[in-house]
Ligand binder design. Structure first.
Ligand code: HEC
Ligand code: HEC
Length: 347
């Protein structure tokens, strides 16, 4: 494992109407976080310095049911480590009082590199996102203030906040910062694919063939290596008439309706069902969709041009489908789903 520790400036991609974020990278203690050399450079948020105590506090908060209205649920209830932090094969998640949500739970790894968060990109930074599930009526359905009041009654948290932030005051901002630190620490870069790239193991012929098929079919145009997403939103032609407006619902722009953030292909073998609404139960079904079910809604909505250009509507043969699936399975990172650093401390 290698860390990019040199002083340099990184310009993180900016969306129109938003200020550029200039992030200054500084030397980082590799015992706190390390990222392998194939991944993009580590991103440091200067206003929220990573520390072991901060990450550990974030882990407790992520799994603490005090974050919900009736102390029955935590972030971890819908983001299960064993499923690469998605919700137990559920199409939609249930919040408190069994209220049913309307989108498929997303995995929560490798998020320091994204400035578009949620399926519709309505959040742009993790510390901003962190309080949203707490307030969401279909998720934890409470207020950050109510959560803070409960945390203040737990002596152990006073100590943990002090270790993380220097004094024992428990505030909404610190709650968000600690959750951000834990989410930043959740790096997934140790799959068979990564190990083969680093020369530690050799991929199987079928995995290699699957990688070629994915390149030929244009999958990597959007699911770009090494994060396997371009951090952009696309209309993949799932429906002729759009019900969930996705990005367009957030921005109010008609030509962005039906666009959703490109999910990473990393750990995708563990995160069924698929797409923003969990409509496909298996990877085979997803590939069948790309092969011959894409609806050309170009006239009605702005389907991504390159999608059709790259010939993804050509038939993918059964043996190529098998290879593609073997390749997708090679993106599973056992370390992510078993590492005690990311596990539930209350169990
Ligand atoms: C009731 C289930 C549920 C709970 C509880 C929950 N989430 Fe989520 N999470 C979801 C769903 C569903 C989505 C996708 C929502 C969307 O895009 O509209 C999501 C999306 C996310 C994302 C976006 C990932 C990405 O790639 O953009 C992050 C980060 C996240 N949740 C973190 C958390 C944190 C932190 C908590 C606790 C404070 C939490 N979640 C609590 C269901 C849940
Ligand atoms: C035009 C960009 C684009 C191309 C090309 C593309 N994808 Fe996707 N992919 C997306 C988007 C966007 C989604 C989410 C769509 C949604 O939920 O509405 C997605 C979803 C997926 C999912 C489901 C992931 C999940 O977590 O739900 C898989 C698997 C997948 N794509 C694999 C592929 C493969 C294999 C190819 C090549 C045959 C491919 N994609 C080509 C943009 C693209």
């Amino acid at each position: 494992m290698l860390v990019i520790g040199a002083m340099s400036l990184v310009l993180v991609s900016c969306k129109p109407d938003e200020p550029d974020i200039i992030i200054k990278k500084t030397n980082v203690d590799t015992s706190i976080i390390s990222v392998s050399s194939e991944m993009p450079p580590l991103i440091i948020f200067p206003d929220n310095k990573l520390s072991k105590a901060g990450i550990e506090l974030g882990r407790f908060l992520f799994y603490d049911k005090l974050l919900s209205e009736d102390n029955t649920m935590s972030c971890g209830s819908c983001h299960n480590q064993a499923m690469a932090f998605t919700d137990n094969n559920k199409k939609f998640s249930e919040g408190t009082q069994k209220k049913l949500g309307n989108r498929n739970a997303m995995p929560t790894f490798n998020l320091m590199w994204f400035d578009s968060l949620f399926w519709d990109s309505r959040a742009s930074r993790l510390n901003q996102l962190a309080l949203m599930p707490i307030k969401n009526p279909l998720e934890l359905n409470t207020t950050p203030e109510a959560v803070i009041a409960k945390l203040k009654l737990v002596p152990d948290y006073r100590m943990k906040f002090k270790n993380a932030f220097g004094d024992d005051s428990i505030t909404t901002q610190r709650l968000a910062f600690a959750l951000e630190q834990f989410l930043v620490s959740m790096v997934s870069d140790n799959s068979r694919f990564d190990k083969a790239k680093r020369g530690e193991i050799k991929s199987t012929l079928e995995e290699e063939r699957g990688f070629e098929v994915a390149s030929q079919k244009g999958c990597f145009n959007c699911h770009k290596t090494s994060l396997f997403t371009d951090n952009l939103s696309h209309n993949t032609g799932l429906d002729l008439s759009i019900t969930d407006k996705g990005l367009g619902g957030f921005t109010g722009k008609y030509n962005q309706e039906g666009k959703f953030k490109t999910p990473s292909l990393r750990n995708v073998a563990l995160t069924a069902p698929y797409m923003h609404d969990g409509r496909f139960e298996t990877l085979e079904k997803v590939i069948e969709f790309y092969d011959h079910e894409v609806i050309d809604n170009l006239g009605a909505r702005n389907i991504s041009f390159e999608f059709i250009e790259q010939g993804t509507r050509n038939r993918i043969s059964p043996s190529d489908t098998k290879a593609l699936i073997a390749f997708l399975h090679s993106l599973t990172d056992i370390n992510l789903v078993t590492n005690p650093k990311f596990s539930d401390p209350f169990k």
